[in-house]
Design a protein. Structure first.
Lengths: 253, 509
């Protein structure tokens, strides 16, 4: 069996004194798309931050393996270079830094960390043009400072564009559908689906089923009170949509 | 730029990263080398004899000596100002040597007379002084030397107290431009010097300017004749090498009617434990419809990680928009010096004249910066624009101090000021002290100010995309200063971006 892209074993994490993740177990094989659904406050976003290495969270127990290698001791930038990408629920503004400049800095920083040479400008421009066309990101938008004054849809498109350019082995999409109208949702989903190539794996975090109509998952997990309480195929999402999360309340206690 | 690409060098570091620095084992200030050159150094101390000695060394005419002695007499009545937000032990001028010159330097400037060690120093600094480049006068020849300035730049190099060499002079002379050391101008062009020296910054303008007037040793002189657009960037490179010397240079630039010049200034000094004094005066005069663009990249030694050593930089820079529709623009990138006290200003005397000040001031370690500008609106329909970006990191203090005033006759004066401060870490300070005075109902002054921090969320976002902490800070800071960066000449822009990264290394723990 090939090594799974992501393997989480009995992960416990806390912020300050409060334990948020209480024993998460999850395996995502190569090429699969898994969805995590759960109520607000169930710890879904915390899981994404802990995977990416945000320093406010402390892992107290467990293990995270990315392509078979533990990433717990790695800095966020090292995790990124190792192939982990997080599409933020609320992308951060970087004033004065043109989106294009940021893309180039990110790509070259990761290449440098992996001991590869800088991408040549023509190669970079070609890649940007290609990814931009897919996501309706034009050159005008690329000149604007990253996320500054972007609409909700523009922010999410810029996130997926970065994902397309950085080519991660694991993409974590945190509430990528939030703040999107139906047209924007389709553009973003199309962009995400274009990256499903049988090798890349994804973890899609959402509390609405509607995103999963567009990005159809291989496996759906239900998240409640800091752990996965049920897993199933895509129909599980439909059941959740119909019945809500009430059945899972208290189950984790 | 092969010899130049040493971005591992840095000046000062937060306490948290001291270990990192110790592991690196070298002083990180990249210009911190000392050149082994024999020098004539005047023993420390300041008396009337010192002034006479300097004047005699420069073979100055009597009127110049009198001018200096007048300044010296006035200086003795002045007190060191204390209004700036700067803290440093009182400077004992009797401990300072007021004159140092490379020994091998004498008389007329031909490169053959210049000490090869000195040429090596300038080569290390990336200054295009290579003989063949200058003798051949071929554009682009200097490029092969490897220079942060690019090829098409004429350079006046000042080493301690004397101007060592000025390049491209003959090229410039063809269009009537005078570009030489101020000492030479005093001897060769007394009529221009007499007319303009001290006409913008009066002899007793302030404590440091008065001191400079008495003991200034060298500097650059530029005269652009009527209707001439200077075909290349002019540049002065200042270097302090001797121990315990002060550097007191004097620069005078005159742009006659309908002329244009762009001027660049760069500075470095070796790393030393003692503090060294630098008190320069720069005077700009723009006549009718003339334009002067003056850009500075100040990278004097800032002191070590504990705040020991470093240059005390007390500079008076002022431009006089004397003619109608004249235009003076100051752009400064201040990353060096332990103490910076500097307010490049514009007197908007001519009707329709325009003044601009674009500033990036970065302080890290224990550096202290008190800098800003004055825009004095005297003429009708004058306008000014101030964009100041202060970045404070480490334990530093960074103050913007500015004055905008409109005289009763300055009808329709306009000013726009934007002061932004960025804090990195929680042990530094940023302060904004604007003075705004209008004696005129038609004046419109706008002032905007912001203070922000690099947020943890911004850092995390950049790190998640693969940038390391230093790359992330450099990227965010470069974004913060973008409005100012684009006003720098191309020659300085790339260098400045690198300098910003180097100055802020170690600012995140």
């Amino acid at each position: 069996m090939t090594t799974p892209v992501l393997e989480i074993r009995n992960l416990h994490a806390r912020i300050e004194e409060r334990e948020i993740l209480k024993g998460v177990n999850l395996v995502i094989p190569q090429g699969e798309v898994h969805a995590i659904m759960g109520r607000n406050g169930s710890g879904k976003s915390t899981l994404s931050y802990v995977l990416a290495g945000k320093e406010d969270y402390e892992v107290t127990e467990g293990e995270i393996l990315l392509n078979g290698v533990s990433i717990l001791e790695m800095e966020p930038d090292e995790r990124a270079a190792a192939g982990l990408f997080l599409a933020f629920q609320y992308p951060i503004e970087i004033p004065g830094v043109a989106t294009m400049t940021f893309l180039k800095a990110a790509i070259n920083a990761q290449r440098k960390a992996r001991g590869e040479g800088e991408l040549s400008t023509p190669d970079f421009m070609r890649a940007v043009k290609e990814a931009g066309a897919q996501l309706n990101v034009d050159s005008e938008m690329l000149k604007r400072p990253l996320n500054v004054g972007f609409s909700g849809g523009e922010k999410k498109r810029a996130e997926i564009m970065q994902m397309a350019l950085l080519k991660p082995s694991l993409a974590v999409l945190d509430e990528t559908d939030s703040g999107l109208d139906i047209d924007a949702l389709q553009v973003v989903s199309k962009g995400v689906n274009a990256l499903r190539d049988g090798k890349r794996s994804m973890l899609v975090i959402t509390h609405y089923q509607r995103l999963l109509n567009h990005i159809v998952p291989d496996v759906v997990h239900v998240f409640s009170d800091g752990r996965i309480v049920e897993s199933g195929d895509k129909d599980l999402a439909l059941q959740l949509e119909a019945k809500g999360y009430a059945d899972y309340d208290g189950q984790a206690a | 730029m092969a010899d130049y690409d040493i971005p591992t060098l840095k000046e000062e570091i937060d306490r948290e990263t001291v270990e990192q620095v110790l592991a690196l084992d070298v002083d990180k200030y990249k210009y911190g080398f000392e050149s082994d050159i024999e020098s004539d150094v005047l023993p420390p101390g300041l008396t009337e004899e010192t002034v006479r000695f300097i004047s005699a060394k420069k073979e100055e005419p009597e009127w110049m000596l009198e001018w200096r002695l007048d300044a010296f007499r006035r200086f003795q009545t002045l007190e060191e100002p204390t209004w700036a937000k700067l803290h440093y032990p009182k400077i004992d001028l009797q401990e300072v040597s007021f004159y140092a010159a490379p020994k091998s330097f004498k008389g007329p400037k031909s490169l053959a007379d210049v000490d090869p060690e000195l040429l090596k120093t300038y080569e290390k600094l990336g200054i295009p002084l290579k003989e063949q480049a200058i003798l051949a006068g071929v554009e682009g020849a200097a490029e092969s030397v490897g220079t942060p300035f690019g090829a098409n730049v004429a350079v006046d190099a000042v080493f301690d107290s004397v101007s060592v060499v000025t390049t491209f002079r003959e090229e410039l002379a063809k269009v009537g431009i005078i570009f030489c050391s101020i000492s030479e101008a005093v001897r060769e062009h007394p009529e221009l010097v007499k007319k303009y020296l001290g006409s913008v910054v009066p002899v007793s303008d302030n404590y440091y300017a008065t001191l400079n007037s008495a003991v200034f040793t060298d500097g650059s002189f530029v005269y652009i004749p009527k209707g001439v657009r200077c075909p290349m960037e002019l540049s002065t490179y200042f270097r302090i090498n001797e121990k315990k010397t002060g550097q007191f240079e004097r620069t005078l630039i005159i742009a006659d009617d309908d002329s244009y010049v762009s001027y660049l200034e760069g500075c470095t000094a070796p790393s030393r434990d003692e503090n060294q004094l630098h008190a320069a005066v720069v005077e700009l005069v723009a006549l009718d419809n003339a334009e002067i663009k003056y850009s500075t990249v100040q990278n004097w030694y800032p002191g070590d990680k504990d705040g020991k050593g470093g240059i005390y930089n007390f500079v008076t820079k002022r431009g006089d928009c004397r003619g109608v529709n004249s235009h003076i623009s100051w752009t400064q990138v201040e990353t060096g010096s332990a103490i910076t006290w500097k307010y490049p200003s514009c007197i908007l005397r001519g009707d329709g004249s325009r003044g601009e000040f674009y500033s990036i001031a970065i302080s890290n370690g224990y550096q202290q910066v008190d800098s800003g500008t004055k825009m004095i609106h005297l003429g009708k329909n004058t306008s000014s624009r101030i964009i100041s970006k202060g970045i404070a990191a480490g334990f530093s203090d960074n103050t913007y101090r500015g004055q905008v005033s409109a005289h009763a006759k300055a009808k329709n004066a306009r000013n726009f000021t934007q002061c932004d401060s960025l804090l990195i870490g929680d042990k530094c300070g940023a302060h904004t002290v604007p003075y705004i005075e209008s004696r005129n109902g038609t004046a419109v002054f706008e002032h905007e100010a912001t203070t922000s921090k690099i947020s943890d969320d911004q850092m995390f976002y950049c790190l998640q995309r693969g940038l390391n902490e230093e790359e992330a800070v450099a990227l965010i800071v470069n974004g913060f200063v973008r409005d100012v960066l684009q006003h720098l000449p191309m020659e300085f822009m790339v260098e400045t971006q690198k300098l910003i990264s180097i100055s802020l290394e170690g600012s995140v723990g």
